[in-house]
Ligand binder design. Structure first.
Ligand SMILES: C[S@@+](CC[C@H](N)C(=O)[O-])C[C@H]1O[C@@H](n2cnc3c(N)ncnc32)[C@H](O)[C@@H]1O
Length: 275
């Protein structure tokens, strides 16, 4: 299907203003990370590759990549499928991605929660590690169901409660501020899928541990990914030197025998169908 037939101008409803989806903040943080993102994206590459195994064969499919970032997986999808539209909230990210990816991809600056895409028009929606920035989650699934054709599939990954628990608990020893975003539980994701009347083909949770040389290395990676927007943080700007040192000392309890600093990511992978 030509992409012009996919896109519709929609009355832009005012985005639901919640703490997590202060969209401008998310777009700004990811936009400023576009050049560093690919080097820092080891978890994103791993989870995005896991999702590829759920892709249906039909090469004539129309596909959306929601929260496409630098377009690494949009490019893979463009190798397989006829029509690929890559969506991101950050214009800066899209401008960067366009220069490096397949000319076949249609790039769209839009919000996952309010897609300028026609009803029942898409065969496959793919989204790797983006919907943790969208809430309420049920509304996100309802919006995705709206654009899916009957029988269409939504293949996604997101992060769950317990992600970065070492960092969160180390900061809790220092102050009560927000240093890690609030992630949904597995039960909340399952409920959102059910409430949107999508059928579960696959829904799984696994814990992935990545090692870091030190806490600065972890913070640098999160910043390099643009995943450092904290909507509920009351004190803006960087933490003071003493607070940082105290947090870093608290993190030492997690250090392993080889001297690595682990960080846990609770990865949720799903394939749900508009049946
Ligand atoms: C962690 S990156 C993942 C990028 C890519 N999917 C990958 O596999 O590397 C999350 C992306 O989602 C985008 N994003 C976050 N919230 C969004 C929203 N509400 N609508 C569209 N894009 C969003 C961010 O701008 C960012 O580029």
């Amino acid at each position: 299907m030509p992409t012009e037939q996919l896109i519709q101008t929609r009355q832009q409803e005012a985005p639901v203003k919640t703490e997590k989806n202060s969209i401008e903040g998310v777009a700004k943080a990811f936009g400023s990370a576009c050049a560093s993102y690919d080097l820092a994206a080891r978890l994103q590459r791993y989870s995005g590759k896991q999702l590829l195994s759920f892709l249906p064969d039909a090469a004539s499919s129309t596909v959306l990549d929601l929260g496409c970032g630098t377009g690494f997986f949009a490019n893979t999808l463009a190798d397989i499928y006829q029509t690929v539209c890559a969506v991101d909230i950050s214009k800066q990210m899209l401008n960067f991605s366009k220069q490096n990816r397949s000319a076949k991809i249609h790039w769209l600056n839009a919000d996952i929660q309010n897609l300028p895409i026609k009803d029942n028009s898409v065969d496959i929606v793919y989204s790797n590690l983006a919907i943790q920035w969208c809430e309420p989650l049920t509304d996100t699934f309802i919006e995705i169901k709206r654009v899916l054709k009957p029988g269409g599939i939504f293949i996604f990954s997101t992060l769950l409660d317990g992600t970065l628990m070492e960092l969160k608990s180390s900061w809790q020893k220092v102050d009560n501020d927000q240093h890690v975003i609030d992630f949904n539980s597995f039960a909340t994701v399952e409920q959102a899928v059910t409430d949107a009347h999508l059928s579960i083909n696959e829904l799984q949770q696994s814990a992935i541990t990545l090692d870091y040389d030190n806490v600065r290395h972890l913070a640098k990676e999160l910043k390099g990914l643009g995943a450092n927007h904290l909507p509920r943080k009351s004190k803006k700007g960087l933490a003071g030197k003493t607070s940082w040192q105290n947090m870093s000392n608290a993190y030492d309890v997690y250090k392993d025998s080889a001297g690595n600093y682990p960080a846990t990511y609770q990865l949720c992978i799903g394939a749900v169908v508009n049946s």
